[in-house]
Write a protein that binds this ligand. Structure first.
Ligand SMILES: [Mg+2]
Length: 313
């Protein structure tokens, strides 16, 4: 029985490089499992659990993390996770304030760090045929145009062109189509809105210090929502400056924050938060979960498993 298991994506990091880093830290009792291309690590996770793993170190990107977390939740496993981010976006790692370049430092934290519990997002969705599926997510899920943009662009392209260009270019290059959504936050009255996308997240920061939900926290028992609906050219300019420099320069100031909140509305970007968010699009819309496009849905019910994932970092 080996309690320390490493699940790694061999397309992102070689087992040789990993083992060298482990030897350097004098850790000799870890077992290594490579993720398989088709399932992103679900099979490797099953194998590690079957061998008694209690502490999983994930060397992969957000896609690998999502597949592993999904498997852990479905098998109700009680394990602690650590991250060696080697992906392209590394959104969870960035929101956990981990380095995305220093393998040795991250491994040290994985071995000697302290526990940090984060909330886990749960999306229960209905597809057009009425089938129900449950997805777990650590970052951001969304319905509408964001999912369609992701379906078209792979992560490598996002990294190559930069996330700002990716978001800006994505919205520009697809035919803009408003969707109508009925949306209910907790027990508040149902609102019908016209928006390009509804994003629901727990980790708000994207690479390049871009955030569409700057108040999102991983452990605040709340899900943050971004409704994206610029109408006119000027609204797009406002939207793009809000998600970039205004978060850095204006939001940290008390007055700046007040001004941003008072002037935010659905015509640019509107932020809400709650512990349960129910969304019913008037037409089927595409769903993405942590950046992976899924399928068209007719209903989504978002909740949190409060402090549902334990990390050691
Ligand atoms: Mg939160």
């Amino acid at each position: 029985m080996n309690e320390l298991a490493v699940i790694f994506n061999p397309q992102k990091i070689s087992i040789g490089k990993l083992q060298k880093a482990f030897t350097k830290q004098k850790v000799t009792d870890a077992s290594f499992f490579a993720t398989e291309p088709g399932t992103n690590g679900a099979v490797a996770t099953k194998e590690a659990l079957a061998l008694g793993a209690k502490h999983l170190i994930i060397a992969g990107g957000d896609g690998t993390i999502r597949a592993i977390v999904q498997e852990l939740m479905e098998s109700k496993a009680d394990v602690t996770l650590s991250l060696l981010p080697v992906g392209t976006g590394n959104i969870l790692a960035r929101n956990l304030s981990l380095s995305v370049t220093n393998l040795d430092a991250n491994l040290k934290r994985a071995i000697n760090g302290s526990d940090f519990d984060i909330d886990l997002g749960i999306a229960k969705v209905l597809d057009k045929e009425g089938n129900c599926s449950t997805f777990f997510f650590t970052g951001i899920a969304g319905v509408g145009m964001d999912a369609r943009i992701m379906q078209r662009t792979d992560l490598k392209a996002k990294k190559r062109i930069g996330w700002f260009a990716y978001i800006e270019g994505g919205f520009k290059s697809l035919p803009l189509k408003f969707e109508k959504f009925d949306i209910q936050v907790d027990d508040q009255p149902v609102r019908t809105i016209k928006s390009y996308s509804v994003l629901v997240g727990n980790a708000g920061w994207l690479p390049g210090l871009i955030s569409m939900m700057p108040d999102a926290r991983l452990d605040d028992a709340r899900l943050d929502i971004a409704l994206i609906g610029p109408r006119k050219f000027w609204n797009w300019v406002d939207f793009l400056s809000r998600i970039t420099w205004q978060n850095q320069v204006v939001r940290p100031l008390a007055l700046g924050r007040k001004w941003l909140d008072q002037t935010a509305n659905l015509k640019t970007i509107e932020n809400l938060n709650g512990s349960r968010i129910r969304i019913r699009p008037h037409h089927p819309v595409l769903l993405q979960v942590d950046g992976d496009p899924q399928f068209e849905i007719i209903e989504a019910d978002f909740k949190l498993l409060t402090k549902g994932l334990r990390f050691k970092l």
